[in-house]
Design a protein around this ligand. Structure first.
Ligand code: F6R
Length: 369
C-alpha cells in the first residue's frame, strides 16, 4: 500500500507531479483559457465580488496566504486570509458580494466548517477547495473546486498542499479571466506555465539527495529558522510547520523584512537558517532585499541554506548550502520551493527516530474546535 516507500509521506511527496497534473486536468481548454464550469457560482456574481476572504487551518492556511498574492495581483479584488479558528470570533465584515473560500484537504476540519457556516449566515457565497469528495465542507458550500491529490494518508500534508495551491491559482486566474484585467496577457502566459509545472516538480524531486544529506547532518540541532519574502514568506511558514510537526524541533518562519524588527537577535553561530530566494528576473527589488538579508544573517554566524533558482549566481557566495529549484514565474514559485522543505522535514524526522506518518499528538483530520 505504501508502493515500496518506507512511509506514506515519502510516497505522497513522490506523487506530487501527478497530483498537480490531475488537478489541472480538464480545467484548461485547447485555447489556453480556464473552464471552471464546476464552480457553479454564476459569472455575473463572480463579476460583482468586491472582497475575497479565505479561511483555513494549518497547511491549508499557508496555501491561502499564497493565494492572496495571486488573487490581488491578477484580479485587483481585496483579499483577506484568516485562520478559521479566529475568523468568526471577531465579528468579520461580510456581505452578499463577499466570496469566502474555505480550503481543506479533509473537508471535515471543524474550525473551517464553523467559519464557513458563519459566512453563509451573513449571506456570503462560499467556495470550497477540498480534496475529499462528498465531505462536509463541500456539501455545505455553494460551490466546490476539488483538488485531485488522491487520498492523503500521512498526517503531514504534502501533495494536498501543492494541489491546493494549483486550485487557488486556478480560482485567481479564473476570476481575472471572467472580470477582465489589465493582466490578460500575463494570465495567458501563467496558464501556459502552470500547465508545464508538473514536470518542474518532477525535476525538483530528482535532485533531493543533497537535501536529505543536509537534513541528516542537522539532526542534533535544536532550532531551524526559515525566511522568505512575498510568496516565499508563506513557504517559509510551511517549511517551519513541517519541521515542527515531524521533527519536533523549534522552527519558525519569518518575513525576511521583519528580521531587523526582532528576530535577528536569535541569530547565533552555526544556527541553520533556510532562505527562500525569489527569482532574480523581474522583481529585482524583492531579490536584492533578500540577498542583503542573507548577508546580514551570515555576518552574524548563521549557517545559510539557500533555496534559489537555477542560474542565480549572485547568491552563491552567501550560501553555505545551496538548493536549486527550476525557474518559474514569481507567483508560481511555491509549487517548486516547498518540495525541498517537505523532503528536509521528512528526512530530519527519520534521522531523529520519529514516526513520520503519525507524529505525536496529531490527528489527520481535526474534527473538534
Ligand atoms: C499540516 C497539516 C495540518 C492541516 C490542517 C488543516 O501538515 O496537515 O496543519 O493542514 O489541520 O486540515 P484540512 O486541510 O484537512 O482542513
Amino acid at each position: 500500500e505504501k508502493g515500496g516507500y518506507d512511509y506514506f509521506m515519502l510516497k505522497e511527496i513522490a506523487e506530487q507531479p501527478k497530483a498537480v497534473a490531475d488537478t489541472l486536468l480538464g480545467r484548461i481548454d485547447a485555447g489556453g483559457s480556464l473552464t471552471l464550469d464546476e464552480v457553479r457560482i454564476p459569472v455575473h456574481e463572480l463579476r460583482e465580488v468586491d472582497k475575497v476572504v479565505i479561511v483555513a487551518c494549518g497547511t491549508a492556511f499557508h496555501a491561502g496566504l499564497i493565494a492572496k498574492y495571486a488573487i490581488e495581483h491578477w484580479t485587483r479584488i481585496p483579499c483577506e486570509v484568516e485562520l478559521a479558528s479566529e475568523f468568526r470570533y471577531r465579528d468579520p465584515i461580510l456581505g452578499t458580494r463577499s466570496l469566502v473560500i474555505a480550503i481543506s484537504q479533509s473537508g471535515e476540519t471543524m474550525d473551517t466548517l464553523m467559519a464557513l457556516r458563519h459566512a453563509r449566515e451573513q449571506g456570503s457565497k462560499v467556495l470550497a477547495i477540498c480534496n475529499t469528495n462528498g465531505s462536509t465542507i463541500p456539501r455545505e458550500s455553494d460551490a466546490v473546486l476539488y483538488t485531485h491529490a488522491g487520498p492523503e494518508v500521512a498526517v503531514a500534508s504534502t501533495k494536498a498542499f501543492l494541489t491546493q495551491l494549483v486550485a487557488c491559482y486556478l480560482v485567481a486566474l479564473y476570476l481575472g479571466q471572467v472580470r477582465g484585467t489589465k493582466w490578460g496577457d500575463e494570465i495567458q502566459a501563467v496558464i501556459r506555465d502552470l500547465s508545464q509545472i508538473s514536470g518542474e516538480v518532477e525535476r525538483v524531486l530528482e535532485t533531493m539527495e543533497p537535501v536529505r544529506e543536509l537534513a541528516r547532518s542537522l539532526a542534533d540541532k535544536k532550532t531551524v529558522l526559515f525566511l522568505g519574502r512575498h510568496v516565499g514568506y508563506p513557504v517559509a511558514l510551511e517549511g517551519a510547520l513541517k519541521l515542527k510537526e515531524l521533527a519536533y524541533m523549534h522552527a519558525e518562519g519569518f518575513a525576511a523584512g521583519e528580521l531587523k524588527h526582532g528576530p535577528i537577535a536569535l541569530i547565533e553561530d552555526d544556527l541553520p537558517v533556510v532562505v527562500v530566494v525569489p527569482s532574480p528576473r523581474g522583481r529585482s527589488v524583492l531579490y536584492d532585499k533578500i540577498v542583503s538579508n542573507i548577508q546580514e544573517i551570515r555576518a552574524r554566524g548563521a549557517r545559510t541554506i539557500v533555496i534559489a533558482e537555477e542560474g542565480d549566481e549572485a547568491v552563491v557566495p552567501y550560501a553555505d548550502h545551496l538548493i536549486r529549484i527550476p525557474a518559474t514565474p514569481t507567483l508560481l514559485q511555491p509549487l517548486v520551493a516547498t518540495v525541498p522543505l517537505q523532503v528536509f522535514a521528512c528526512e530530519l524526522a527519520t534521522a531523529r527516530g520519529n514516526e513520520v506518518d503519525q507524529p505525536r499528538n496529531l490527528a489527520k483530520s481535526v474534527t473538534v474546535e
